[in-house]
Ligand binder design. Structure first.
Ligand code: FES
Length: 253
């Protein structure tokens, strides 16, 4: 009787070891597959400071290189190599620079409020934001800046109603053609139309007046879409990188 119990105990122990070994083998295979599918990523511990340069010449961007109400999207990568951002020099319907001041911006999804980035440059009109739509992550050119008076697909009233309460000027919008989200670049890239419930993260620029050059320093507002935080979830620029190129991308409104 006792011997039988001991034999049963041995059999159960062996069965358990077989199950554990098989599980470990499967886990090893799965881990191998996953690490082959998902590329390793490297993040950062702090926002880098990078000078904005022309993608063709590698030379610093000056104010005259940034067209007011450009019909091309100016896009650069920050804070990681995978994160596209808009560079916009905002204007009114007559292409006069419009100064952008920082102000409270509400995140509809959470009710949280953040203080938007102010415009920089000689006219306070150069601003920047993440170029990844906060709804489901579409990127330029399908999301881009529509200059003042340009019809926005699916939102005819946005053009006719876009009168600024203070001075009656026509304004432009950043709009995503994937599902219709619209953002207000004059007011911290706040949400104008859904389905997004998050403003675009504001990218903070710094202007050096003596050299007429622009640096990107950090970000404020919601986390970049699809990332655990702004500094991870992608690949960092190589150590020692001091610049980020601005590309001019053609868009179709
Ligand atoms: S991804 Fe931009 S509206 Fe859906």
């Amino acid at each position: 009787m006792d011997e039988e119990r001991i034999d049963n105990g041995k059999r159960n122990f062996l069965k358990a070891m077989i199950v554990i070994s098989a599980g470990a083998a499967v886990a090893g295979v799965v881990k191998g597959l996953v690490s082959n599918i998902i590329p390793p990523t490297t993040g950062l511990t702090a926002f880098p400071t990078l000078v904005l340069v022309d993608s063709d010449t590698g030379l610093p961007i000056h104010t005259s290189d940034i067209t007011v109400n450009s019909t091309k999207a100016y896009v650069y990568y920050y804070p990681l190599q995978n994160d596209p951002n808009f560079l916009i020099r905002l204007g009114d319907q007559n292409n006069n620079d419009v100064k952008v001041v920082s102000k409270p911006v509400v995140v509809p999804a959470t009710g949280r409020v953040f203080t938007s980035a102010a415009g920089v440059g000689p006219y306070g009109s150069v601003i920047s934001s993440s170029a990844i739509c906060q709804h489901l992550g579409c990127i330029p050119p399908i999301i881009h800046y529509y200059t003042p008076g340009t019809p926005i697909p699916g939102h005819p009233t946005l053009v006719s109603d876009q009168k600024n309460a203070q001075n009656g000027m026509l304004t432009g919008y950043v709009h995503c053609n994937c599902h219709g989200s619209t953002y207000d670049p004059y007011n911290g890239f706040a949400v104008v139309t859904g389905p997004t419930a998050h403003p675009l993260p504001n990218t903070i620029l710094e202007y050096e007046s003596t050299s007429d050059t622009y640096r990107v320093k950090s970000m404020v507002g919601p986390t970049i879409y699809g990332k655990p935080n702004d500094l991870s979830g992608g690949t960092a620029f190589p150590s020692g990188t001091t610049t980020t190129p601005v590309n001019k991308i053609s868009v179709v409104s």
